[in-house]
Design a protein around this ligand. Structure first.
Ligand SMILES: [Zn+2]
Length: 102
C-alpha cells in the first residue's frame, strides 16, 4: 500500500513502506515538502484502592509512603489516548488537509 499526498500547487509526496511491518517514515520521506500536526487527547483517571489508602493512613514514615506509592501508583492510574486529528500542511503554499474521525 502507498499513500499519495498531492497539493493543488503541484507538490506531491508518495509515502511507501520501508520496513517489515510496512512502516513509512513520514519525516524521512517528506523531505520538508509537507509537515504534519496531530491532536492527541489523553484522559487520565485515578482509582484510589482502599487497601492502598489504608496502608498510607497507617504510616507516617515518608520512606514507606514512597515505597507504597511507587509500588501501587501505576495500578491506580488509567490512561486512555486517542488521535482526534491529523493535519498535513504543504510547506510550499500552506494549503492543508485535516484527517479526522478515526
Ligand atoms: Zn501546496
Amino acid at each position: 500500500m502507498i499513500i499519495t499526498i498531492q497539493c493543488e500547487c503541484g507538490k506531491q509526496l508518495e509515502l511507501q513502506p520501508t520496513t517489515v511491518g510496512n512502516h513509512a517514515y513520514f519525516t524521512n520521506q517528506s523531505q520538508g515538502k509537507f509537515r504534519t500536526d496531530v491532536d492527541v487527547e489523553i484522559d487520565q483517571t485515578v482509582y484510589l484502592d482502599n487497601t492502598v489508602v489504608n496502608e498510607l493512613a497507617e504510616t507516617e514514615d515518608n520512606t514507606r509512603i514512597s515505597e507504597i506509592l511507587e509500588d501501587q501508583i501505576i495500578n491506580m492510574v488509567s490512561t486512555d489516548s486517542s488521535l482526534n486529528e491529523l493535519r498535513i500542511t504543504c510547506s510550499n503554499c500552506g494549503e492543508y488537509i485535516t484527517l479526522t474521525s478515526f
